[in-house]
Every structure is written in structure tokens, then in C-alpha cells.
Unconditional design. Sequence first.
Lengths: 93, 178
Amino acid sequence: MLDYLLALIFGFCFGWLLQKAGLTKYSKIVNVFRFTDLAVLKFMMSALVVGMIGLYGLQALGVITLMKITPTYVVGNLVGGLIFGVGMALAGF
Amino acid sequence: MNAIIRALRKEEWSPIWSGAGLGIVAVLIVALSHQAIGASGSFENIGGLILKAVAPDLVEKNLYFKFVMPPGITWQVILLVGAFFGAFAASKLSDTFKLDPVPDPQWKRVFGPSRWKRWVAAFVGGIILEYGAGIAGGCTSGLAIAGGIALAPAAFIFIAGMFVSGIVTAMILYGSKF
């Protein structure tokens, strides 16, 4: 129950931040591929940097003991990414 | 207090600060829920659930639904429900919430005001996007962010692929307007 409550709260923050950053707009998503608005890139890089420091910091402090690292399948990740980009530029989501 | 209310009602936040916020949320999800942030997987969970109701045999025999994305109301589906309310609250508070069949001025300028054109593009694009996410093992949130913060090579290969094809697709779609 608490698990689902946390999911709702985290989800709320997730949606809130995407909306406030303007990433729910078609133009914001497409324009990163046209190099006219780099909001998506700024958002992603900022999230990655903060997340990396936070995650490995908490692990060093012993707060996080079990960290699942997504397995790498070079071909799958690359081909999937290439297909994903086509959909993203077309739909703008 | 007034400053906080003003900030909450502001239409747009800096993507750098919002991104930093998402980074914190992604870490808290790992630390407190032992889960990973994600979005595209939820659609597959729900899709599997619908397919199971229509054709249970198909789901039973399908390796993808069996091992990778089991159908059901998963933790990530609840996360997505939360995201819906979060985005709704954010747009309501800044008074920018509206229903519009062709919502984007840029789309209208480049591809015209036809709502069918926009809806078909969104629908077909959504299918391609979900299919790619299925092969790669995640989307911008589930693989690029959740994997990236754990320094998984998969995330960075995915980001590279996504930008290469995204740029090429945008070039083709926009033509001389790129």
C-alpha cells in the first residue's frame, strides 16, 4: 500500500516537472532535433548529473545497498534507440 | 510564502532546475521504492492486460509478455497515473490547461491545421516509439535516465541512437523548414 502511495507521489512530481519544463509540448520535443530549443537536452543532462551524484553518493554512504544496473545489449539498445528517435520526432512526445 | 505560490503558478520552469528535480526523484525512487523511473513500460503492461482479455492464448505464448513485460497494474502504471495528475495540476495552477485538437502552433505552421494529420502522426509515432522502447529495454525515462544515473552503458548507446535518428527524421519531415 505504501509502495503504491509512493508511486503516486513520485509520479506526481515526474509529471509536474515535465509539464513545468515544457516537455509535454510537441515543439519542445521536436526542436531539440532541430537545434532550435535545447530544453530536452538541458533537462536530461541535468537529471543525469544530479542522479549520478545522488545515486553513487547514497551508495557510498551505504543507504542504497542493492543497485540494479540495466544490462547492455549493444545491438538492441542501438537499434531500439534508432527506432525510438523516429517515433519521437514524428509524434513529438 | 507568496514567492512559493508565485513559483508554483509560473507557467515554465528552467529545464535545468526541473531536470535536477527529476534527478532527485529518480534517486529517491531507487532508494525508497527499489524501483526505476519509467513511462513506456506502463503502456506495455496495460496493452498486455487488454490483449489478455481479448486473446489470452497470444499473451500466454508470447515470450516478451512472459519474461520482459508482464501484463498487469504494475508499480510503473501507478507512477504514470501519478504523472497524469502531476502534469494536470501543474497546468491547472498556471492556468494553461486547455483541450485543443491541434495543440501546437508550430505544427500548424509547418503541417497545416488538419487535426487528422496531427492525430495520425501522433498515433503512428507513438507506435514506432513504443516498439523502439520495447527493443531497447526502455524509453527516455526508463532507460536513458534510470539507466544513465546508474552509469549503464545501455543508456548512453540508446541516447546516441535516439538523437541520430531523431535529427534525421526531423530533417526529412521539415525539409527546407528545418
